[in-house]
Design a protein around this ligand. Structure first.
Ligand code: BG6
Length: 494
């Protein structure tokens, strides 16, 4: 069974970086699924643009190979695949050049006032030039929307420069800065949990919550992206965008409506309330790590340093923990422990809301430890919600307590195929719904908070702490939380 769909009207979508990994692995499979489910109308046109001189035929062969890898075999029906491919064309173009745009103009001819989406799956420094060249070629219409892939820059100055350059030819409401985490079903479920239920809201504050842990742990390494990743690191690659967006959804005030302005206004307030980590605090409030050889899921894996094309010398972090604080009435004094890393013990993304301990125990020590209640929002895999509660251990012979949980596993509960995040987000762009995209001020506020951390690390000159692949990061990450009398969720359950 697939989820309900709302059909959209025909559109044109141009993917710059049309032969790149993101396009072949994520965007085209997502579009295929929307076509398969009847959401993408047959008259729509997808134009892949790239510098390579491929023929249409070569390109379609490349696409078919990618779809065979990234779409479930049962969903890849020959006749449908041919119809989908009929919507696709390839244009050979150096989009950083002022000339040579005729082929693309021709591919987009007679589009009328249908939505025209430019998806920039390219390096961020090309965003400005591509938009400006497209505008000079007369291809930016009022119906044009541009999607900017993360990362938007590498720091505040470069993010501002990109936003300025793109903003010269497109209005802010035409710019869709994508963070695919916001398209994940489970992340939107967090909005449902918070704002479609009245149960948790009265408890959702420093009065009842002791700490929040946000973990995005990956078991994969840098997967052939070492040359990009080594210039980026976990802070820029994951925290500046995905993790801060998750933090915003946990911490924001209820927006007045589920619309782009209201939701983004509230997220921005959270970003602005983040306490800057300055004046030498990086050492006590952050931990950086870098993976070494080890084993993940029983398979031996090499050290990060051995995966680098230019030799084993790098201070780039593949793991980071940050103790963040949101300085406002709701969250005063509540630590937000943010953690992400590659080559960790398991692939797990989850948000743990740990409530305060009971103020006084009426039970004798012999009943066992009273573990504070925890609400765990599991984002991936097996997304769902678990509420940990203390209950009586069944049986006669006195009172003993133990922790049990109420569990909802969404995939099991709703029995639907979960669409990939890009499926939803691409259709949102076509529909002109920017609620799940980042506004310029959000991206810049996120960089404003990240930058002092980068500076602090640079000034300290320390190398990231090594950790064994397949572990939960360096021991310093455990020490950071334990110094404050707390434990990471996975440790507290053992
Ligand atoms: C990307 C990062 O944005 O997100 C990658 O650049 C990371 O390094 C990926 O692996 C994680 O996404 P997901 O959806 O697999 O959790």
């Amino acid at each position: 069974m697939t989820a309900k769909i709302i059909p959209v009207s025909p559109f044109d979508l141009v993917v710059f970086g049309g032969t790149g990994d993101l396009t072949l692995r994520k965007l085209l499979p997502a579009l295929y699924y929307r076509f398969h489910d009847g959401q993408m109308p047959a008259g729509s046109r997808i134009v892949a643009v790239a510098r390579g001189a491929l023929t249409n035929w070569d390109y379609l062969a490349m696409v078919k190979e990618a779809l065979a890898k990234h779409v479930r075999a049962a969903d890849l029906e020959d006749a449908l695949l041919e119809k989908f491919c009929a919507c696709l064309s390839f244009v050979h173009l150096d989009a950083t050049a002022h000339v040579g745009w005729d082929g693309l103009a021709k591919a987009l001819a007679d589009g009328g006032d249908r939505p025209r989406v430019f998806y920039l799956a390219t390096a961020p420094q090309l965003f400005g030039p591509i938009c400006q060249n497209a505008a000079a070629a007369g291809l930016v219409t009022r119906q044009t929307r541009v999607v900017l892939e993360k990362p938007i820059g590498t720091d505040l100055a470069s993010a501002r420069q990109i936003n300025d350059e793109v903003g010269k030819v497109l209005d802010e409401d035409q710019i869709y800065r994508i963070d695919h985490y916001l398209g994940k079903e489970s992340v939107q479920n967090l909005l449902a949990l918070r704002f479609a239920n009245s149960l948790f809201e009265p408890l959702w504050s420093a009065a009842h919550i002791d700490n929040v842990q946000i973990t995005v742990a990956e078991s994969i390494g840098v997967e052939g992206r070492a040359s990009y990743y080594d210039k980026s690191g976990a802070l820029r690659d994951m925290v500046q965008n995905h993790i801060l967006q998750l933090l915003c959804l946990v911490a924001m005030e209820p927006p007045a409506a589920m619309d782009a302005a209201a939701v983004r206004d509230e997220k921005l307030k959270v970003l602005k309330a983040l306490k800057p980590i300055v004046d030498g605090e990086v050492n006590s409030k952050t931990v950086r790590g870098q993976y070494r050889a080890g084993a993940v899921g029983g398979v031996a894996v090499p050290s990060y340093l051995d995966e680098l094309p230019d030799g084993p010398n790098s201070h780039t972090e593949t793991f980071v923990v940050i103790r963040a604080s949101v300085e406002n009435w709701r969250w005063a004094g509540v630590p937000f422990y943010l953690r992400t890393g590659k080559r960790m013990a398991e692939r797990i993304s989850e948000i743990v809301i740990e409530f305060k301990a009971v103020p006084h125990s009426i039970f004798p020590v012999s009943v066992g430890r009273l573990t504070p209640n925890r609400l765990v929002v599991r984002l991936q895999p097996n997304d769902g919600i678990q509420l940990f509660l203390m209950s009586k251990d069944p049986g006669p012979g006195g009172m003993r307590l133990r922790e049990g949980s109420l569990d909802i596993n969404f995939a099991d509960a709703f029995q639907v195929r979960y669409p990939d995040a890009y499926e939803r987000l691409l259709m949102d762009v076509v529909r002109g719904n920017a609620t799940l995209f980042m506004r310029r001020d959000e991206v810049e506020a996120a960089w404003m908070w990240i930058e002092p951390i980068l500076q602090g690390w640079g000034e300290s000159g320390d190398a990231p702490k090594p950790y064994i692949s397949g572990s939960w990061g360096p021991t310093a990450a455990i020490a950071l939380i334990e110094r404050e009398g707390r434990t990471w969720f996975e440790d507290s359950r053992h």
